[in-house]
Ligand binder design. Structure first.
Ligand SMILES: [Fe+2]
Length: 391
């Protein structure tokens, strides 16, 4: 078999695998939900809607033909629009599965549920696709820092993460995210990776937008796995050229009133390039360290090394979660125990941002986030909910 034939064969095999994956995951739940919805509509006399439903489900799945043919996701605002019906039908049907079983159990028990309940999962997904993924949530977290110099008490870091410019996140949307960050008036801005989605050509523009956020001590960043997919060398070069201070296995002392804290970052752990020793090199004795590490799974190693605060992203909060019940009830729990929010090991803290961007155009129960982190001395935790002004 020639090289060309082998390539063609490999391509067909990959497409068949993708078709197999999609038909296994996406189609059976939709068939199940379609069956139940059609019956429910007939039962309440909505015959025309019942006849229309199969056509709507088929139309919703048409974008998958593009995904299979091109072997890549749809991107940008038009891709988002094209995927909206599929999100509602496909993900809504997955959500419907437990409800469908509940309907059957209720029927057997002689306590039939109202038919319109079957529409709730689809309405929730529609909400997540239209509103939940755009509705930015500002968070404010006080973090006790062991050995924090008193002049740094109330020091504020504004964290952004997982911006994914060039995927479903447009420049206009990134500018809106940057305006949210600017309104927090932080002493420094930190961006914990996945700045671009998969294409390095967006790095320069992302860097310019991020560097334009006003912060007296500057805008700092580390790289994420998606920045590596895009090409870490070009992304790093363009971010630096735009004015972002990239911390890849390196650190810098932030000074105030003659005192210091050490702000550092590691390369993403997905590709094994992280070097915490290098990131902490040059840190004066006794100076607390704040580490930017895209993947929160690095936290135990950072805690062992005495890092006071690790800032991460990567999880997107699962983009789908039931945080009001428990933060472990999130899709992100499949990849890490550090899903979202503040965690502690001994005197060391981790904050995991849910990120401001997205990889699928839907968020439900895990709104995008811009975070204001207020450093306070460990011995004197500040209980006030009022913003602490910078010294
Ligand atoms: Fe990400």
């Amino acid at each position: 078999m020639s090289k060309r034939q082998r390539q063609a064969f490999g391509s067909v095999r990959r497409r068949l695998r993708l078709v197999g994956l999609l038909t296994t995951i996406a189609l059976p739940p939709q068939a199940f939900a379609l069956h139940d919805l059609t019956r429910a509509f007939f039962s309440v006399g909505l015959d025309q809607a019942a006849y229309l439903l199969p056509f709507l489900f088929v139309a919703a799945n048409l974008p998958l033909v593009f995904v299979v043919a091109k072997r890549r996701m749809l991107r940008g605002p038009w891709g988002e629009l094209a995927l909206l019906p599929f999100s509602v039908a496909g993900i809504g049907s997955l959500l419907y599965l437990p409800l469908g079983l509940l309907f059957r159990l209720a029927q057997v028990a002689g306590l039939p549920l109202p038919w319109w309940l079957a529409l709730v999962p689809f309405a929730l997904i529609l909400y997540g696709a239209l509103i939940g993924q755009r509705w930015m949530q500002p968070s404010r977290v006080e973090v006790p820092i062991e050995g924090l110099p008193s002049v740094f008490s109330g020091f504020r870091l504004v964290q952004l993460s997982d911006l994914h410019l060039g995927g479903f996140v447009s420049e206009a949307r990134l500018r809106r995210i940057a305006r949210h960050a600017a309104r927090l008036h932080g002493d420094a801005v930190v961006v914990t990776g996945d700045i671009v989605d998969r294409d390095a050509q967006h790095a320069r523009r992302a860097g310019e937008i991020l560097a334009s956020i006003p912060a007296p001590l500057g805008v700092f960043a580390c790289l994420g796995n998606h920045d590596h997919y895009a090409g870490a060398g070009r992304v790093a070069e363009d971010l630096r050229a735009a004015g972002v201070r990239l911390l890849v296995n390196q650190g810098v002392a932030l000074e105030r009133g003659g005192e210091k804290i050490w702000l550092c970052g590691i390369d993403d752990i997905t590709f094994g390039g992280q070097d915490l020793r290098a990131a902490l090199e040059g840190r004066p004795d006794g100076v607390p360290a704040v580490l930017l590490a895209h993947n929160p799974n690095f936290f135990p190693a950072a805690a062992r090394a005495g890092v006071a605060l690790t800032l991460s992203g990567h999880t997107h909060g699962g983009q789908f979660g039931i945080f009001w019940l428990h933060r472990a009830l999130s899709l992100a729990r499949l990849i890490t125990r550090y899903v979202a929010g503040l965690y502690q090991i001994g005197e060391s803290y981790l904050y995991v941002s849910r990120g401001a961007g997205l990889v699928m155009p839907m968020r439900l129960g895990a709104r995008p986030e811009v975070t204001e982190l207020v450093l306070v001395p460990a011995a004197e935790p500040v209980s006030s909910s009022e913003p602490i002004p910078a010294a």
